[in-house]
Ligand binder design. Structure first.
Ligand SMILES: O=C(O)CCC(=O)C(=O)O
Length: 303
């Protein structure tokens, strides 16, 4: 719990940008030494899942490899993309970003106090080898949260969650596995694609940001990963925050860290007095609410 949080609340411009475009960018969210420390841990984890260079370099990387469901013991090829979900419990350093002073206040300002981490995923995208024989293909455009986009009524459907992407490496140049978005598309249930079957939708934006940047985006914003044609391996940590009644997308393998966390971090990691505590929380279920009331006054905190 950090009184410095109040120096980094959501600005009016950020709120407007989020409402209208579905995203905003916070540069210098992480200092360089924190970025270095995070990269060291990401590299250590990546090495656990990846075969050493030269052993099975099979050429261009597939567009996306989600490896939590991969058979145990099957390593990624040196140029394959690692997309590791539920990473937050894999090292203490990742807990720091959960309530990071330059980002977390903006999360509660957007979603309110009844929130938790519902998903975390770490991506490492190594440079791919050029392959002239490969047919052009459209990126994997999607909104987050799977069947929620089919089963929840409304147009647009409700926001429900957002992600903060912490960019650890430089993605200021084009073609280095940049995060792609369609600004404003969070208000559309469907995305229109060009008739050629391979081009990306009109109005796409290749997000270009320096290391240490946090990119906030609404889960409804249509977005996609892209290939890495640069010589820099791209590394990003995604933290998904949602309402506490939303079922986590991950196994949330974090119980080993609970005792060392303060009550707000425990809330964010999914602690609750029981099932009702997620849908009709009492004060003991939501220490973030109590903390905000204590600092802002109960009348300033939404019921
Ligand atoms: O890695 C990327 O650039 C895209 C991430 C993504 O698709 C997601 O967070 O759902």
């Amino acid at each position: 719990m950090d009184a410095g949080w109040f120096n980094h609340c959501l600005s009016d411009d950020e709120r407007l940008e989020f409402e209208e475009n579905g995203f905003f960018i916070v540069e210098d969210a992480l200092p360089p030494e924190m970025v270095d420390n995070l990269i060291a841990v990401v590299d250590r984890l990546d090495a656990l899942y990846r075969a050493p260079v030269g052993t099975q370099d099979t050429g261009p990387s597939p567009s996306s490899v989600i490896n939590p469901n991969r058979p145990p013991g099957k390593l990624l090829a040196p140029r394959e993309r690692l997309n590791l979900s539920d990473f937050v419990g894999k090292d203490e350093i990742f807990l720091e970003l959960l309530d990071w002073h330059k980002t977390f206040p903006k999360v509660w300002d957007l979603l309110g106090w009844n929130i938790q981490l519902y998903h975390s995923h770490l991506t490492v995208t190594p440079p791919s080898l050029p392959d002239e024989t490969e047919a052009p293909k459209r990126f994997g455009w999607h909104q987050d949260s799977g069947r929620l986009n089919l089963e929840l009524e409304g147009n647009p459907r409700p926001r429900v969650s957002l992600k903060v992407g912490f960019f650890l490496t430089d993605t200021r140049t084009p073609g280095c596995a940049n995060f792609y978005i369609v600004p404003g598309s969070h208000l559309k249930n469907e995305l229109e694609y060009p008739a050629d079957g391979v081009s990306n939708p009109d109005g796409t934006l290749e997000v270009r940001v320096p290391p240490g940047t946090a990119v906030f985006f609404d889960r409804r914003l249509w977005h996609a990963a892209s290939p890495n044609h640069s010589d820099i391996t791209r590394k990003v940590l995604f933290y998904g925050y949602g309402y506490r009644w939303l079922r986590p997308r991950d196994d949330m393998t974090v119980s080993h860290f609970m005792d060392q966390c303060d009550p707000i971090r425990q809330q964010l990691l999914g602690a609750s007095t029981g099932g009702y505590g997620y849908t009709s929380p009492r004060d003991e279920d939501v220490p973030l609410k109590t903390w905000l009331s204590g600092h802002l006054g109960a009348e300033a905190v939404a019921p």
